[in-house]
Design a protein around this ligand. Structure first.
Ligand code: BES
Ligand code: MN
Ligand code: ZN
Length: 499
């Protein structure tokens, strides 16, 4: 999508679709009032007709409207000012863009920058418009012989309110576009089939990112190198697979040399059959999404690089495939982790923590400011939080606060769950330092407790994204979450948040 800021008169603009926001009652934003005047009250008359539903996000297409340069006018309800939160605004905006996209308009003029959104100014709105406009273009048709209708809407123009500062709005737009690029990288990696998107493919995509951006460097460790480092727990997961495990290290150096990096660690199980503890067959195809933690790391680093964020960020992806075979790990096997601690593997389907623990030990060498791991880790987290919130676990209250706020502002929310010492004993093993499962109680928590044992050297948080990373059913597809949350967190760390 092409995006432009335009200082135009909404009444005179020759746009193919003029989009006007309507607040509670029949109140128009300033551009709408101008257009109404020029049309001798035709817009107010349309509002009086009652054809536009009261609900926020309702739309009404008018065409043509006498006195205006625009070929069509789309009215969109923003609802009551007292209820106009960022979430309501984004939903209404999405509805408006989708309604425009259903017409044959090639361009639109949005006059929505001066909407009174609670807790957000025009910069946040500009970023939101950029993000939602770009998202409209996501299609996963690489494997379809017939690609379907190509979208006709090519250009979104954003009307600049009278007093607005262009430079800051332009930066906010660019930030939104960079974030959208990151989100679509994550969605695509998730949507790719598991026979294509295997550990080596993830490594190739990381290398492609590095070749596009000077500030990105990539290093990939294969199984031999990991074995030398003592990462036997990670390697035990890919024992049964013909695809080699990869540890992918992506360093983005946007900050000062020597500045401690923010480190992101992603679970990259490119297919999770459960291994010898085989999963039931229903919906097993969705376990191609078990690399969505890794996808969110790739997406977030893409966003950072595209927006040239002044911060050092390191992404580490633990990529492996969990398959049953004659060489697969057995329930009862004991493996040694890179940290020296031993693990009795009682269930080979609890494999995410087995790859993450070694990656979490590996990242100590970066002397991180913070480490955040992102993983489709447990079905128990989906039971607890459904598909609305990511599960957030950390003992660092300040880090929790930053991540929760980032999620709220990016409309990519997380909910904090407990991580207390009292749960740790559920991981006791008769034969090793710990078991890899904690029994039927608090499954998302015991998984986090397992990881906590490998993160004592730094400030750490864990995001369980099992419920939010993809949609099932008719709308099956990756969501790109939590790239929004992570990028917002990093943008805030760099002091670049839009107002
Ligand atoms: N990848 C799954 C978790 C998962 C399940 C994510 C369903 C999304 C939807 C993970 O590797 C897994 O299998 N976890 C087990 C852990 C159990 C064996 C302790 C689970 O949640 O059932
Ligand atoms: Mn599993
Ligand atoms: Zn898994």
């Amino acid at each position: 999508m092409e995006l432009h800021l335009r200082a135009v008169d909404s009444a005179k603009s020759g746009t193919q679709c003029l989009v006007l926001g309507v607040l509670e009652g029949k109140k128009l934003l300033p551009a709408g009032k101008e257009a109404d005047k020029a049309s001798s009250g035709a817009i107010a008359a349309a509002l009086r007709s009652g054809d536009l539903d009261e609900k926020a996000g309702a739309t009404l297409l008018l065409q043509p409207v006498p006195g205006l340069g625009a070929a069509r006018v789309l009215l969109v309800r923003l609802g009551a000012v007292s209820k106009l939160t960022r979430k309501v605004y984004a939903q209404a905006l999405r509805a408006a863009l989708e309604a425009v996209a259903r017409t044959s308009a090639k361009d639109a003029l949005l006059t929505l920058l001066d909407a009174p959104v609670r807790g957000a100014g025009p910069e946040w709105i500009a970023r939101c418009i950029a993000l939602e406009s770009e998202k409209l273009d996501y299609r996963f048709t690489e494997y379809k012989s017939k690609k379907g209708r190509t979208p006709t809407l090519k250009t979104v123009n954003i009307a600049l309110p009278a007093k607005a500062g262009r430079a800051k709005l332009k930066a906010a737009l660019a930030q939104g576009q960079a974030l959208a690029a990151g989100i679509s990288v994550a969605r695509r990696l998730g949507d790719l089939p598991p026979n294509v998107c295997n550990p080596r493919y993830l490594a190739s995509q990381a290398r492609a990112l590095a070749s596009k951006h000077d500030k990105v460097r990539v290093k990939v460790l294969g199984e031999r190198e990991m074995s030398r480092l003592g990462m036997h727990c990670l390697l035990s997961v890919s024992n049964g697979s013909a695809n080699e495990a990869q540890l992918i290290i992506i360093e983005y150096s946007g900050g000062k040399r020597g500045q401690a990096p923010e480190v992101l660690v992603g679970k990259g199980i490119t297919f999770d059959t459960g291994g010898i503890s085989l999963k039931p067959g229903a919906a097993m195809d969705e376990m191609k999404y078990d690399m969505c933690g890794a996808a969110s790391v790739m997406g977030t680093l893409t966003a950072c690089a595209e927006m040239d964020l002044p911060l050092n960020v390191t992404g580490v992806i633990a990529a492996a495939e969990n398959m049953p075979s004659g060489t697969a790990t057995r329930p009862g096997d004991i493996v040694k982790t890179m940290s020296g601690q031993t693990v009795e593997i009682l269930n080979t389907d609890a494999e995410g923590r087995l790859v993450l623990c070694d990656a979490l030990t590996y990242v100590e060498r970066f002397k991180p400011a913070h480490v955040i791991d992102i993983a489709t880790l447990t079905g128990a987290c989906v039971v607890a939080l459904g598909k609305v919130n990511s599960g957030l676990f950390t003992e660092d209250d300040r880090l929790a606060d930053s991540l929760l706020k980032a999620g709220e502002s990016a409309l990519d929310p997380a909910w904090r769950l407990p991580l207390q010492e009292e749960y740790q004993s559920l991981l006791d093993s008769n034969f090793a330092d710990m078991a890899n499962i904690g029994g039927p109680h608090g499954g998302a928590i015991t998984a986090a407790c397992f990881l906590a044992r490998y993160t004592r050297a730094y400030s750490w948080a864990h995001l369980d994204i099992a419920g939010v990373a993809w949609n099932s059913g008719a709308a099956k597809g990756g969501t790109g979450r939590p790239v929004g949350l992570l990028t917002e967190y990093l943008v805030n760390r760099a002091g670049k948040a839009p107002q």
